[in-house]
Design a protein around this ligand. Structure first.
Ligand code: AMP
Length: 526
């Protein structure tokens, strides 16, 4: 398959407003692919190449595009000649080019990347260059398109969309699943069931600004009760157990088993033979108050000194969900039943405090108790919802009473006076669900010297361009930002701005895709 065909389909789909029309166009395209092209095409269409991040900076790309202007139509028909002369780029060629780029290492890596990109871009038309630029920079990433593509895969393979969705959820990768579905049909999908010691993407939560809002909008509002749970500000863990083997994974599915022996021991002591538990681990003071998030994170990823750290900063684990219990997958089972199974398998001291209620006053009392104990807020969960791995939806709503938003750093300004030489004033943006980020305001408040030093290094590593004293960066760093109020503003593109924004902390455990959306920000408007 040629790259130009994919670029044409991608543009055509973007220009089509009907969902069904998009699906059928994509399905037609997918059917024409050779088996080894499926993963490549899915990666290109969703904006996540198979190789992941390619380590190419904006400056490199800009210089490539300057050196190798794309071939384009001119009035005297030069296009025809250029098209004939050009060796047409196939999807496989681009994929092979990305493999080479990904493998570049060492001192001369900048020069080598530039050479490889020049080679690739020299073969591309202007449209293809634009597409490749977006792809390499990660600008084409569209979560929305993934849903449409998933249905297109199902249609092209003649399989139910729910089966493809479940497999993609479990595999954490639509490309791999699409290849199996198109190549092997239903049998191919079966390989991607829930399996012990293969962690799945955790289910995620949307935000609600107040408890009342969360109680009324929990998905399936016709059901009487919801589960209201303490929201602990620790680190997400997924624990797998089979017999005397236990593994602990982080939110990003890294295996941290050796770093957290106390979690392993407590799960080993449970009677269940097989378990996959979802929960939160947190460092507590001896009297049970939560310690700052950084303390919990301090324990993760450590392989040395584990016993000393364990003595200094013991971790507690609190589980709130169960995905597998003694051979039975519970992923498609409603939360109400999963909670019953959790209660059977795990003693109360290892469970997140929870209240199942349909009474708003009771829920509010429960929330006050969580906050008084020093926790972040509560989660409100629909009892009818299955476990939607890797999905953010209204089946789980977080209600944080402290007003904070997870925003993305879009640019930073060089400081002056005492902050000379440091990147200080941050331009902050919220995620636009349609793609990209919307700037909400700037802040230089709440930064310690340590943060200033850290962010200067990290931001410069992500530099895309400069304009005067402003350094524009790749939108990757997520910062938890406290504020007093959201107000309407004609100054910023989203029509809203934050009042008295200040930095609480960076969230290295988040990617820009986890940042709060512009809709979540607008929900704070008075
Ligand atoms: P946030 O990190 O603000 O998007 O909130 C979601 C995170 O809260 C989850 O990924 C968990 O790590 C954490 N969390 C704490 N308590 C709970 C709970 N009871 N249920 C689900 N997630 C929880």
């Amino acid at each position: 398959m040629k790259l130009e065909d994919l670029v044409r389909v991608s543009a055509g789909v973007a220009a089509t407003s009907g969902r069904l029309e998009k699906i059928s166009r994509l399905a037609d395209f997918l059917r024409q692919l050779e088996p080894d092209e499926v993963q490549i095409a899915i990666g290109f269409l969703t904006g996540w190449p198979r190789q992941g991040k390619l380590g190419v900076g904006w400056a490199t790309l800009a210089s490539v595009r300057e050196q190798t202007p794309g071939r384009t139509a001119t009035e005297d028909g030069e296009l025809v000649a250029a098209e004939i002369a050009r060796e047409v780029l196939a999807l496989r060629d681009v994929d092979a080019g990305f493999e080479l780029l990904k493998a570049v290492k060492g001192k001369q890596s900048g020069v080598e990347r530039l050479r490889l990109l020049n080679e690739l871009f020299a073969r591309a038309t202007l449209e293809e260059q634009q597409f490749l630029t977006g792809l390499v920079m990660g600008e084409v990433r569209q979560g929305a398109l993934e849903g449409v593509l998933l249905e297109a895969v199902a249609k092209a393979a003649g399989l139910p969309a729910t089966d493809v969705r479940r497999a993609a959820m479990m595999a954490g990768d639509l490309g791999v699943v699409a290849k199996a579905a198109l190549g092997e049909g239903a049998a191919g999908l079966e390989r991607y069931g829930l399996e012990l010691f293969r962690p799945v993407q955790p289910m995620l939560a949307d935000s609600a600004s107040t408890l009342t809002e969360a109680l009324t909008s929990a998905e399936g509002a016709d059901i009487a009760a919801v589960s209201v749970e303490w929201k602990l500000d620790g680190a997400r863990i997924q624990v797998h157990k089979q017999g005397d083997r236990v593994a602990v994974y982080t939110r990003n599915l890294n295996d941290v088993t050796v770093a957290v022996p106390e979690i392993v021991e407590s799960v080993l002591s449970l009677a269940a033979r097989e378990l996959i538990l979802d929960g939160e681990t947190i460092a507590l003071t001896p009297d049970g108050k939560p310690l700052p998030f950084q303390d919990t994170m301090h324990r993760f990823g450590r392989r040395l000194d584990v016993e000393r750290l364990r003595a200094e900063l013991p971790l507690s684990a609190f589980y709130f969900d169960v995905l597998l219990h003694d051979g039975e997958s519970l992923v498609d089972t409603p939360l109400a039943e999963r909670l019953q199974r959790l209660d059977q398998a795990v003693p109360e001291r290892l469970r997140v405090p929870r209240l199942v209620t349909a009474n708003a006053d009771e829920a509010a009392r429960f929330q006050s108790h969580a906050l008084e104990t020093g926790h972040e807020g509560v989660m409100v969960k629909s009892l009818a919802a299955p476990y939607a791995a890797g999905r953010r939806g209204s089946a789980w709503l977080k209600v944080k009473t402290a007003r904070t938003l997870d925003l993305v750093v879009l640019a930073a300004e060089w400081g002056s006076g005492r902050r000379k030489g440091w990147l200080s004033n941050l331009h902050l943006g919220a995620r636009d669900p349609a793609g990209g980020f919307v700037m909400l305001g700037k802040t230089f408040k709440g930064m310690t010297d340590e943060i200033l030093r850290w962010q200067t290094t990290e931001l410069l590593a992500r530099e895309m361009s400069r304009e005067g004293h402003i350094v524009y960066v790749r939108p990757e760093l997520v910062v938890e930002t406290a504020f007093n109020e959201v107000q309407r503003s004609s100054q910023y593109p989203g029509g809203v701005a934050l009042r008295f924004a200040r930095i609480k902390r960076y969230r290295p455990d988040r990617t820009a895709l986890d940042a709060d959306t512009i809709d979540a920000v607008r929900a704070f408007l008075p």
